[in-house]
Design a protein around this ligand. Structure first.
Ligand SMILES: O=C(O)CCC(=O)C(=O)O
Ligand SMILES: [Fe+2]
Length: 270
């Protein structure tokens, strides 16, 4: 893949959507390997399970572990991602850390930022089922203090979030969404905890409840980029897609890696 330009979501500078990034056979294989993974690999959160691949983060520094062969060898996701150019400006030119999330129908993730440990690019592979990702902005300041909270973390503490998403994307299974720049550093992203997603018909009027943050049908910014028949029909006709179990591989580059270069230093000192 030579250029990301053709995958740019129109109207969004910092979002690219690539459908069919892995083949159905690769998806089946990845799902089988994930489902076979031993219980202790899973971290259980209140409303979701996840696995961390590539090592743990301590004080924003990666204590590295090898990535599993299901992302380095077959399929060769890491090099495929590097070849998109999405990581060309990151410290290692490729992701070195992957959080793999599992969502059952009805599960989601609250609006959050991914924070400063990572270079501000994330590529997310969806497997098994679709979801709708919403992007949010912070509410304009009302306290007159400016946005001095400054330090970006999981959430800029105390800042209110505008409940109306600035953008929603339908993420099909096997697709990749890449977000970067301001969408990474100044916005939040989240997935509503729901069992089905309803869509506004293409070209239709915006219904009154859209924009209030209530759970009305959404219009997705990547409608014209979808490849699945059911997804295309749902966004064209204003239909509903029921969710299945979805796995997401969120691939990022941690700039600071503990022990990096030490091995080489030892060799050179001999
Ligand atoms: O599942 C997703 O697509 C998003 C997950 C996410 O935002 C995260 O792990 O930080
Ligand atoms: Fe995230």
């Amino acid at each position: 893949m030579t250029s990301l330009v053709q995958y740019k979501v129109s109207g969004a500078n910092c979002a690219h959507y690539i459908p069919d990034f892995v083949t159905p056979d690769e998806e089946t294989y990845l799902l089988r390997k994930i489902e076979e993974s031993p219980q202790p690999r899973w971290k259980k959160l209140a409303n979701r399970r996840l696995q961390i691949w590539g090592g743990d983060l301590a004080q924003r520094v990666l204590i590295p572990q090898p990535l599993p062969t299901i992302v380095t060898t077959y399929p060769d996701l890491v090099s495929r991602l590097a070849a998109t150019g999405a990581f060309a400006g990151t410290p290692h030119g490729a992701p070195n850390h992957i959080i793999m999330n599992e969502y059952l129908p009805g599960q989601g993730i609250m609006p959050h930022e991914d924070g400063p440990a990572y270079h501000p690019v994330v590529a997310t592979l969806s497997l098994g089922a679709h979801t709708v990702m919403n992007y949010y902005r912070y509410a304009p300041d009302t306290d007159g203090v400016g946005d001095g909270g400054g330090e970006s973390g999981e959430l800029q503490r105390g800042r209110a979030i505008d409940p109306a998403p600035v953008m929603s994307l339908l993420l099909e299974p096997r697709s990749i969404v890449i977000t970067s720049g301001k969408l990474y550093t100044a916005h939040l992203h989240g997935i509503d905890a729901r069992e089905a997603d309803a869509f506004l018909p293409a070209g239709g009027e915006r219904s009154a409840e859209v924009g209030t943050g209530e759970a009305g049908p959404v219009r997705v910014a990547n409608a014209h980029m979808l490849t699945g028949a059911a997804a295309r029909a749902a966004v064209r006709d204003g239909g509903v897609l029921r969710r299945g179990t979805r796995y997401s591989l969120t691939c990022r580059d941690v700039g600071r890696v503990s022990g990096a270069g030490r091995g080489l230093g030892r060799v050179l000192r001999r």
